[in-house]
Design a protein around this ligand. Structure first.
Ligand SMILES: Cc1cc2nc3c(=O)[nH]c(=O)nc-3n(C[C@H](O)[C@H](O)[C@H](O)COP(=O)(O)OP(=O)(O)OC[C@H]3O[C@@H](n4cnc5c(N)ncnc54)[C@H](O)[C@@H]3O)c2cc1C
Ligand SMILES: *[C@@H]1O[C@H](CO)[C@@H](O)[C@H](O)[C@H]1NC(C)=O
Ligand SMILES: *[C@@H]1O[C@H](CO)[C@@H](O)[C@H](O)[C@H]1NC(C)=O
Ligand SMILES: *[C@@H]1O[C@H](CO)[C@@H](O)[C@H](O)[C@H]1NC(C)=O
Length: 431
C-alpha cells in the first residue's frame, strides 16, 4: 500500500481509561489520526491495583511499554488461604514460569501508573507511524451519530470522523446510540471495597507475618457460606511499599441486614469498612488495622462499590461507531477485564491499517465484533456465574483462568485479517 496516496482515517475515541488509551495507541501505531475526548478534567483514577498477565503483557511489550514505569511487582502464581481456618496452599502456575523466560512475567501495579504509561505511548513523541493522539480532558461527549461518525461535546461542538470508538465505561453515552435503546448494568448482589494499605507498617503487626511467607503472588483469602463468598484479594504494588486490598462481600444491607456488624478491634473503626469480616481469622482481619493511604477520590482511602454486570448486548457496532471495554461488557472485577480491553484495542489496530478507506469502516467493525464479542460476552457471563448460583458455569475456575490468559490477540487478529482482507499489517516483533 502506498502511504503517500492514502489518507489516514480520522478516529474519535470517547474515554481515556485503559480501553480508550490502549485503542488510541493501537490505531496510532497503524498510522491513523486519533482524538480522545475524556469527560473528567484530569486523570482522577483512584490508585487501586491491577494485575496483568500474558494476554495483555504480550501486547504492551509489542507497543514498547517500559516495565520500569509501572513500579510493578512480579508474581508466579497464587496463595490460596481459607479466610476462617487460615489453611491453604500456594500454587505456582507453570504458564507464568514459562512466560518469565520471555520477559512476560505477570505483574501487579497501580492503575494510575498503567494509565500514565498508556498515555505516554498514545500521546508521546515516540517513533510510530501515526502522529501523537490528541487528548482532550474536560470534554464530555453527549451524543453520537453512528451513520455520520460524528459526536457532539457538552460545549455544543461537533466532531466528525471516519470512526467513533466508545470506550466510555459502564455508564457509556455511546452505547444507547449503538443499540437504539438504553441498556444498563444489573446489580449482582456482590459489593466490594478497596484501599491501599501502608505496607511499611506490616512489621508492626506480628500477626501479619504471613505476608512475607508463601510465594511471591497475590493472596486469595476466601470463605464460602452457602452460595455466598467473602474474600480478601491482597497484593503488593509500588515495589512492595503498598498493599492493594479488594474485599468482596454480599451486600447484606441490600438484603435488609445491617452491613456494619464488625466487632471493633484494635485500631480499626467500626464505621471505617463496610461489610463484615469479623469471622475471618484474626491474622487476616488484622489487615484492616493497617493505615490506609488517602486518595483524591477518598479522604479515608476506602472506596466502596456495588458490583454490577452488563447484560449481554445484541451488538457492539453500528454504522461508523462501536463500543469496547466496560461500555460493552463490564462485569465483575474478579477476572481480568482490563486485559480484555487491551486485547480489543490491539485487534482494532490490526483491522484498521493505514490504507483502510472510510467506506470499509463498517465491514471492519463487523470483523471486530466477530473477533471480540464472543470472548467478552463469555468472560462476562462466566464471571457473573461465579457469584450468582442461578447462572450456570460452563468452565471450571482453572479453565476460565487459562482461557483468559492464553489468548494471543495480535496473532488471532492478523490471521483473521490475512484470511478476510488483503494485507495484514506488521505489528513488530512478537512471536
Ligand atoms: C472496583 C473495580 C475494580 C477493578 N479491578 C480490576 C482488576 O483488578 N483487574 C482488571 O483487569 N480490571 C479491574 N477492573 C476493571 C477495569 O478497570 C476495566 O475493565 C478497564 O479499565 C477497562 O475499562 P474501560 O477503559 O473500558 O472503561 P473505564 O475505565 O471506565 O474508562 C472510561 C472512561 O471514559 C470516561 N467517560 C465516561 N463517559 C464519558 C463521556 N460521556 N464523554 C467522555 N468521556 C467519558 C470516563 O471518565 C473514564 O475515564 C476494576 C473495575 C472496578 C470498578
Ligand atoms: C479464590 O479461592 C476460592 C476458594 O478457594 C476459589 O473458589 C476462587 O476461584 C479463587 N479465585 C482466584 C482468583 O483464585
Ligand atoms: C472512625 O472513622 C471515621 C471516618 O474515618 C472518623 O470520622 C472517626 O473519628 C473514627 N472514629 C474512631 C473512634 O476512630
Ligand atoms: C505465556 O507466554 C509464554 C511466552 O510466550 C508461553 O510460553 C506460555 O505458554 C504462555 N502461557 C499461556 C497460558 O498462554
Amino acid at each position: 500500500m502506498d502511504s503517500s496516496t492514502t489518507r489516514p482515517l480520522n478516529i474519535t475515541v470517547v474515554g481515556a481509561g485503559i480501553g480508550g488509551l490502549a485503542a488510541a495507541i493501537a490505531l496510532r501505531r497503524s498510522g491513523n489520526r486519533v482524538k480522545i475526548f475524556e469527560s473528567s478534567p484530569h486523570n482522577t483514577e483512584f490508585g487501586a491495583g491491577i494485575s496483568l498477565q500474558n494476554n495483555s503483557l504480550r501486547i504492551l511489550n509489542a507497543w514498547g511499554f517500559l516495565r520500569e514505569n509501572l513500579n510493578s511487582v512480579s508474581f508466579d502464581g497464587i496463595n490460596i488461604r481459607d479466610a476462617v481456618t487460615g489453611e491453604g496452599h500456594s500454587v505456582t502456575f507453570p504458564h507464568l514460569e514459562q512466560a518469565k523466560a520471555k520477559a512476560i512475567n505477570a505483574l501487579t501495579c497501580q492503575r494510575n501508573d498503567l494509565l500514565e504509561e498508556l498515555k505516554r505511548l498514545a500521546v508521546g513523541d515516540n517513533d510510530c507511524p501515526g502522529p501523537p493522539a490528541e487528548l482532550y480532558f474536560d470534554s464530555k461527549v453527549v451524543s453520537c451519530d453512528t451513520e455520520a461518525g460524528s459526536i457532539t461535546l457538552e460545549s455544543g461542538e461537533a466532531v466528525a470522523a471516519d470512526l467513533v470508538i466508545g470506550a466510555d465505561g459502564i455508564h457509556s453515552t455511546i452505547r444507547p446510540s449503538i443499540l437504539g435503546e438504553s441498556v444498563t448494568a444489573d446489580t449482582t448482589g456482590l459489593s466490594c471495597f478497596r484501599c491501599l494499605l501502608d505496607a511499611t507498617k506490616v512489621a508492626d503487626h506480628p500477626t501479619l507475618s504471613w505476608l512475607n511467607e508463601g510465594i511471591e503472588a497475590p493472596w486469595n483469602i476466601t470463605t464460602v457460606e452457602g452460595s455466598h463468598f467473602s474474600s480478601f484479594m491482597v497484593y503488593f504494588v509500588r515495589k512492595r511499599e503498598l498493599l492493594n486490598l479488594v474485599a468482596y462481600y454480599h451486600d447484606r444491607h441490600r438484603e435488609g441486614k445491617c452491613p456494619f456488624d464488625r466487632r471493633g478491634r484494635g485500631a480499626s473503626n467500626e464505621s471505617r469498612y463496610p461489610g463484615s469480616f469479623s469471622y475471618f481469622s484474626a491474622e487476616f482481619e488484622t489487615l484492616l488495622d493497617l493505615p490506609t493511604v488517602p486518595t483524591t477520590a477518598s479522604p479515608t482511602g476506602i472506596l466502596r462499590w456495588q458490583l454490577p454486570a452488563m447484560p449481554l448486548l445484541s451488538t457492539w457496532v453500528k454504522g461508523r461507531a462501536m463500543i469496547m471495554g466496560d461500555a460493552a461488557h463490564s462485569t465483575l472485577p474478579t477476572s481480568g477485564r482490563a486485559g480484555i480491553a487491551i486485547e480489543e484495542a490491539v485487534t482494532l489496530g490490526v483491522l484498521f491499517p493505514l490504507g483502510t478507506t472510510g467506506d470499509e469502516v463498517s465491514e471492519r467493525l463487523e470483523a471486530f465484533q466477530e473477533l471480540c464479542k464472543g470472548r467478552g460476552d463469555l468472560v462476562n457471563s462466566e464471571s457473573v456465574a461465579r457469584v450468582d448460583s442461578t447462572q450456570k458455569k460452563t468452565m471450571s475456575d482453572r479453565e476460565l483462568q487459562v482461557y483468559l490468559v492464553a489468548r494471543d490477540a495480535i496473532k488471532t487478529a492478523e490471521e483473521y485479517s490475512r484470511l478476510h482482507f488483503d494485507a495484514a499489517p506488521s505489528h513488530g516483533d512478537v512471536d
